[in-house]
Design a binder for this molecule. Sequence first.
Ligand code: C2E
Ligand code: MG
Ligand code: MG
Length: 354
Amino acid sequence: MVARFGGDEFAIIQSGIKSAADAEKLAKRIVEIVGKPYRDKGREMHVGVSLGIALYPGDGRDADTLLTNADMALYRGKSEGRNVYRFFEPGMDALMRERRALEADLEAALPKREFELDFQPILNIGSGEIVGAEALMRWRSPSRGLVSPENFIAAAEETGLIVQLGDWALRKACSVAAHWPPEMRMAVNVSAAQIKSGGFARSVISALAFSGLPANRLELEITETVMMDESDAVLRTLSQLRGLGVRIALDDFGTGYSSLGYLRRFPVDKIKIDRSFIRDLDRRDTAAIVRTVIGLGAELGITVTAEGVETEAQLDMLRKAGCGQAQGYLIGVPAKAADMSRLLRSQALLRQSG
Ligand code: C2E
Ligand code: MG
Ligand code: MG
């Protein structure tokens, strides 16, 4: 029996089955059949479907419990990718409760001003000078302690809070950079969800206007997931900002599809080679890849920054390969705004005194 709950949500009651394998067979068929492309006015269309499965009586003895548990399995399946089916497992509800609690805490944390930005210096390898910094978000939660972005950005993206949170980071980072020596750039990480939200260009323009930071001193770090978005709206937004002088950097380069097509579809100002490559620079194959990306940047006139530089040997190799910039613990760990400002000002003074 198939029922529509509303929107794009359906429920199926499969009765008279002998084992989980029977449910799995049906789920597989549904994924396969719904997933088949079809044509509409000559255009090929794709519809995906994900399923969560709860079995009576093991996963629940009443309709409510079965539905809740099937929903939980669905939620988990979706987080792992589309066009999947997933059986409910005990423990999923504990994980889900944890996630919900995290999301609720996050939501409350913004008005309570529990977020902070640290700043990590970026080195121009050729001149040996710091040329700017990247703003990195931290969450100082009274109950959870200091939470790293790896543990909360995904949840903030899921709930949509990232739009407000990212807006806050942008404003804060621009205000800090406005007090730095005039040649210093500020890099801010941006999630795909922010750009898709619609008001992103306005949010950037207002952060610049509010702080007085010139557009060409702001760099937005985006990942490939932003580029993978097929919609022109995203690329239009980025083009508009780039037109104002804002720089666009491709973060974590090499970890996703690293399609060179992105570099043709949208001209970026910077490529940041992911730190997993720098960590393995002593491997011949990895070194070859890094040298090739540096060469690619040179050919295209794109700045290349190596992320996660931790040793002199790595920096030395990067220098020899002609890499433009380096960032990592060797150059400096993420620091508080006041410490970063002090560092930048003393560098400016040093330069003036020759
Ligand atoms: P990312 O943008 O690639 O930032 C670099 C990460 O590498 C930072 O981790 C930094 O602390 C770490 N790192 C820097 N140098 C080294 C090194 O030499 N060795 C090692 N092992 N690590 C190094 P962090 O601060 O935990 O941030 C993780 C990720 O969270 C960032 O990766 C970025 O994708 C995301 N993120 C941070 N702040 C924001 C934000 O304001 N908005 C959004 N949307 N994402 C953010
Ligand atoms: Mg980054
Ligand atoms: Mg990165």
